[in-house]
Write a protein that binds this ligand. Structure first.
Ligand code: DGT
Ligand code: CA
Ligand code: CA
Ligand code: ZN
Length: 619
């Protein structure tokens, strides 16, 4: 009933604006009362309002209010609402929504300090001016600061790479507790989505664990260093807010994927994320893990499948009946067909185990079985890495040593090209000397092949940043767009097509240039790019940095369907960047990439032969 909802929120806005303006509090209260009455209506307000008598019969609606409702139902707006809007600064209502702030306080902030937004409030806290308000002491200010941080974090999504270390803090802490048999992250984190709303942690308790052990898990969870608020504290369910910075000690990611890039500031409100805990018997862990991994849409499909087979699926198991009206089967003592492991439940539904990354209701239940997606352990080569020659921290040798330590057979040195001046891009003569240095390092180094490459800029018009002679002397050419990322789609398509059809390009690096949450990047016609990439034997990169994840999951899937090769690369600038590989692999899996499709999984001979074939007319 959208009209009811819209009218209710209009009236409640009016009430709040009247309060902020310091108007008659009875009038404001009348508007909130009417809003609540309309929200609770079973019938459609537009139908009811056609009969003024019916409207007046509603508890909480008087003559004046009835006129406003009729005005809304006939014109779609209430003029008084617009008048109020004109008098109240736009951001002030969002200040009022900060938990713990009432209209009187917000009005004082506005009238006396000129605060009209949450950002303004944050500034007044930092510069101390908030303290000058009457009855505003240090304690009250600290409370508001907390509430502001919390309000900003709630409903906001963060990067996969920021949320994963948070989950790992809790997993490490809970793993060794008495009676704990299993601990895992579920939800969007386990599915590897590029942004995370909240972190879901699932603990499975051994059959012989006493109830006190379950309570202890909750207690340890809620008292983890870094927890800023406890939102809920039940026996088997808890929720907390956790300061993301508290997880950074264990893993320090590069804040910025390419140095020198000017980025807008991080989302306001400070970095905090909600973490949910559920503790259950290990005997139902599989069913619960499936339920809390989601996605919701995938779960709906699974439940439909269960029902179609005469069964009921919920977080307690897969049960042999569908008598919903008798209450949930687990509380009627019905023994589940399957519950302990995901494999058991999927098998009983006549399905292979479905990798979490593809549980998005994108056709995964109809997939020809079994699944054989690319795995972290399959990756044997890194083909996009920077050294001190441009903006990396490693020398060639250090980079190679780190790559070898991580079990790779090949590392490509691909420093920036001349147009990326801020990133220390190499002029042609410097690149020539750099190539010599890489080849010498390769001679000296055992156990890994070091390739001489470049991450060559794709200029705004599609030309590459070096001439063909120089490009032809490289073992690997990653072509990437770094500037002019607001081009219109048609221009962007021509630009990227020029790079993909260039005979010396091996890999299209971070194809759209987008940054997750921060920058949309190019939006070329991907199907044209993929068709050309397939024809010209160019691999499409999945840049594994959690701020890039570019290609994104749905584009990966389209590239795979178009028959393209995929490269998963860490765009290494420093050691920790290698750890981002897991996110690149998850993104690949979300796009249904098999190992064979991904050139980083190929044995050295095959990979090197493929690279050499470029520019020699071979494939
Ligand atoms: P997020 O946190 O927004 O990044 O996304 P998710 O997928 O982690 O969602 P979340 O944390 O709300 O719930 C975790 C999983 O639990 C979700 O993927 C499916 C399951 N779940 C949670 N609430 C419901 C619900 O109301 N209905 C159903 N069917 N499943 C739910
Ligand atoms: Ca979640
Ligand atoms: Ca959750
Ligand atoms: Zn780049």
């Amino acid at each position: 009933m959208p009209a009811n909802q819209e009218l209710a929120s209009t009236l409640s806005d009016m009430a709040r604006m009247m309060e902020l303006l310091g108007e008659d509090s009875f009038r404001a209260a009348a508007h909130s009362r009417a809003a609540r009455a309309i929200e609770g209506l079973a019938g459609d307000i537009e139908t009811i309002a056609a009969d003024r008598g019916a409207l007046l019969a509603i508890e909480g609606i008087g003559a004046k209010m009835a006129d406003k409702i009729i005005e809304f139902c006939t014109t779609g707006v209430i003029k008084e609402h617009a008048d109020l809007r004109a008098r109240v600064p736009e951001g002030l209502l969002s200040v009022l929504e900060v938990p713990g702030l009432g209209p009187k306080t917000v009005r004082a902030m506005w009238q006396q300090l000129g605060i009209t937004s949450r950002d303004g409030l944050a500034r007044a806290i930092e510069d101390g001016s908030l303290l000058t308000l009457p009855r505003m002491g240090e304690k009250a200010v600290a409370k508001i600061r907390d509430a502001l941080t919390f309000a900003a974090a709630a409903g906001q999504r963060t990067w996969l790479g920021k949320a994963r270390p948070v989950a790992d803090v809790f997993i490490d802490r809970l793993r060794s507790l008495a009676g704990v048999e299993r601990v895992e992250a579920a939800g969007s984190l386990r599915r590897g989505r590029e942004t995370i709303g909240d972190v879901d942690i699932l603990v499975g308790m051994a059959a012989d664990a006493p109830p006190a052990a379950t309570l202890a898990v909750g207690e340890v969870f809620r008292t983890t260093p870094g927890v800023t608020h406890v939102l809920a504290a039940g026996d088997s369910k808890s929720s907390v807010m956790f300061s993301i910075d508290a997880s950074q000690g264990r893993w320090q990611p590069t804040p910025n994927p390419e140095k020198g890039e000017s980025l807008p500031p991080p989302p306001p409100g400070g970095p905090a994320i909600q973490v949910d805990l559920r503790v259950l018997p290990a005997s139902v862990y599989g069913a619960a893990l499936m339920y809390f991994t989601g996605s919701k849409e995938h779960n709906v499909r699974l439940r439909e499948r269960a029902i179609a087979r005469g069964m009921t699926l919920n977080e307690w198991g897969l049960f042999p009946d569908t008598h919903k009206d008798l209450g949930p089967p687990q509380s009627r003592g019905v023994t589940p067909i399957a519950a302990a492991t995901e494999e058991d439940v999927f098998r009983a539904l006549d399905l292979p185990w479905i990798p979490p990354e593809v549980r998005e209701d994108r056709g995964e239940l109809d997939h020809p079985r079994p699944w054989a997606l690319v795995d972290l352990a399959d990756i044997k080569a890194e083909l996009h890495a920077h050294t001190t020659a441009s903006d990396g921290v490693f020398t060639i040798e250090q980079l190679a040593a780190e790559a070898r330590r991580r079990g790779f057979h090949t590392i490509a040195v691909t420093d920036h090209s001349q147009s990326s001046t801020i990133a220390g891009g190499l002029r042609p003569d410097r690149l020539r000397r750099h190539i010599d240095a890489v080849r010498e390092a390769n001679e000296r180094t055992e156990g890994i092949t070091i390739l001489a490459g470049s991450e060559v800029d794709i200029l705004a018009d599609g030309r590459l940043d070096y001439d063909d002679d120089l490009l032809a002397s490289l073992d690997v050419v990653v072509a990437s767009a770094h500037a002019a990322l607001t081009q219109d789609p048609a221009t962007a398509t021509r630009r990227l097509l020029a790079a993909v059809t260039h005979p010396l390009v091996h890999i299209l690096g971070h194809p759209t240039g987008r940054l997750v949450i921060r920058r949309p990047g190019l939006s070329p016609d991907m199907s044209e790019i993929f068709a050309a990439a397939r024809e010209h034997n160019v691999a499409m990169e999945i840049n594994a940095h959690w701020m890039r994840l570019d290609l994104r999951d749905i584009h990966v899937r389209a590239a795979v369907e178009a028959g393209c090769l995929i490269a998963i690369d860490c765009d290494v600038h420093e050691g920790a960047d290698f750890d981002n590989l897991r996110f690149g692999v998850q993104t690949a899996r979300r796009g249904w990439v098999t190992a064979d499709r991904c050139i980083n999984t190929w044995p050295a001979r095959r990979l090197h032969a493929w690279l050499r074939a470029k520019g020699r007319g071979g494939q």
